[in-house]
Design a binder for this molecule. Structure first.
Ligand code: GRF
Length: 189
């Protein structure tokens, strides 16, 4: 039992935001979503968050550039009182400066069993390699892509005849279970 207030978490998305929705559904005593932010104003997940009454931030780095974008994002995060950041399908690399500012307070979900298959096309690469098991990882974000400490993983068997899309759909189900549980643990640290 703890009397501590729920941790304030911001979620960064670029697209549909199904992991963000799973994080929203698991809000409670451990954490609340203080902000959903996106580098793509048209991201479907943003509209969903807005409909739930969650504060949103939307801005494209195109035009002003990455530094101005991240400065505006940082301001929005502070204005929302965010203490932690969860990346959920956020498709842009955060700068070293931004990561340093939030060091140890950013996590990400990645659709592979890290350290295998950092970067993109994880499911196609796992199938092509003849792996029997795929999965997802929640890890701390550092300056190096998908390389920070792994906090939690879930395994998903690769089945005969699996296409990347079929495998991705089964891994995504596990992502939606794993990410809220890992976030709850992480914000207790
Ligand atoms: C997920 O597979 C996540 O692991 C990866 O990007 C995808 C985002 O999906 N980083 P969604 O936007 O959360 O639905």
């Amino acid at each position: 039992m703890t009397n501590a207030a729920p941790a304030k978490v911001a979620v960064l998305i670029s697209g549909r935001g199904s992991n963000m929705q799973a994080l929203a559904a698991a809000q409670g005593d451990a954490y609340r979503l203080a902000l959903v932010a996106s580098d793509r104003p048209e991201a479907p997940g943003l509209a969903w968050a807005d409909r739930q009454g969650i504060a949103t931030f939307a801005r494209s780095p195109k035009g002003t550039g990455k530094a101005a974008f991240e400065q505006a994002l940082d301001t929005a995060l502070h204005d929302a009182g965010a203490e932690w950041i969860a990346l959920a399908g956020y498709m842009r690399l955060l700068s070293d400066t931004f990561v340093a500012r939030w060091r140890g307070r950013i996590i990400n979900i990645h659709p592979s069993l890290l350290p295998k298959y950092k970067g993109l096309d994880t499911h196609a690469r796992a199938i092509a390699a003849g792996d029997e098991v795929a999965g997802c990882s929640v890890h701390v974000v550092t300056e190096e892509l998908d390389a920070g400490a792994v906090l939690a993983q879930a395994e998903v068997p690769i089945l005969a005849g699996d296409t990347p899309d079929m495998l991705a759909a089964r891994v995504l189900i596990e992502e939606h279970r794993l990410y809220p549980a890992a976030l709850k643990e992480f914000v207790r640290t």
